[in-house]
Design a binder for this molecule. Structure first.
Ligand SMILES: [Fe+2]
Ligand SMILES: [Fe+2]
Length: 292
């Protein structure tokens, strides 16, 4: 059995040929995780990690170090005086934010310079960052435990689009005629043989981000079919729709469809909580887009 074989979800059963196709697409288009990111993410998994150890690894990666310093000195952390060292910056922003910064860097680097210059590429990137922030805001609003991955899952939920778009930008833009994401996924299947959720599942596996992240990406449009990571899959589904409804997506989301969604019901979300989460998202969004 291949390492990346789809073994966990019984309702997602591509043929052996399709698996090979997706695998070769991911191999061809996906950059490996940088060594510094792998080391930082490995360190963060240790609950006893010290800021000193974390800072030492970050300091060896100038791009990552400057991102951490910029965030620590941003208005979001409102520090009394300028943070001048990587260690002070790590202490200021906290381990969770370091995880977010690393993932933001990894996700940003997966967009080629060609993609950044195209409207579709920019839209996917901004939608992804907004969904990450909204997923975290919803998670906080609901006081959910065990949803630390909300930001990462939100950030990477559409990373499969990124790879499909890079494979054939002109053909990918054909999916933009779809009014809603469900229909866009169907068009992706017609054009490429598989949809962005399936490709994203492979990306998470290849980067070793764990089964929960992979399953969330796979089922973010069909949360009812998920058999694991249910809360976070619902959170990402709502964050995705909320952000799209607020005008930050490739497709439309009608204002009526979100309040009636399965995920909103499963999470027992009301409109006040959703608006609170959106207000928190808007407050952080520009900050994040500037810092990455
Ligand atoms: Fe999606
Ligand atoms: Fe999305």
């Amino acid at each position: 059995m291949s390492t990346y074989e789809f073994a966990v979800e019984e309702t997602f059963e591509p043929t052996a040929e399709e698996i090979l196709d997706i695998e070769s697409l991911v191999k061809a288009k996906l950059l490996p995780l940088p060594g510094s990111a792998t080391r930082v993410l490995g360190l963060i998994e240790d609950v006893n990690v010290s800021t000193h150890d974390l800072a030492e690894v970050i300091a060896y990666d100038p791009v990552l170090a400057s991102r951490v310093m910029r965030l620590a000195n941003s208005p979001m952390y409102a520090m009394q005086k300028e943070v001048a060292t990587v260690q002070a910056a790590v202490a200021a922003v906290g381990v969770r934010s370091i995880y977010d910064i690393v993932m933001l860097g990894v996700a940003a680097d997966s967009f080629s310079s060609d993609m950044r210059s195209m409207k579709t590429g920019v839209s996917i990137w901004e939608h992804s960052v907004a969904t990450a922030i909204a997923a975290r805001a919803l998670s906080k609003e609901l006081s959910l435990r065990g949803t630390e991955e909300a930001f990462t899952c939100g950030l990477l939920h559409d990373i499969g689009k990124n790879l499909l778009f890079q494979t054939d930008p002109m053909r990918y833009t054909e999916t933009e005629v779809a009014e809603v994401e469900e229909a866009a996924s169907k068009l992706e299947e017609q054009i490429f043989g598989f949809n962005h959720s399936q490709v994203g599942f492979y990306v998470a596996r290849r980067w070793g981000l764990g089964d929960a992240v992979a399953a969330t990406i796979l089922w973010h449009h069909k949360p009812k079919l998920a058999t694991r990571a249910l809360a976070i899959t619902h959170i990402v589904n709502v964050a995705d729709d909320l952000v799209t409804m607020k005008g930050m997506g490739l497709h439309m989301e009608t204002p009526d469809s979100l309040p009636a969604s399965d995920s909103v019901a499963a999470l027992e979300l009301d409109s006040i909580k959703m608006e609170n989460a959106w207000a928190a998202t808007e407050a952080s969004l520009n900050e994040f887009l500037e810092s990455c």
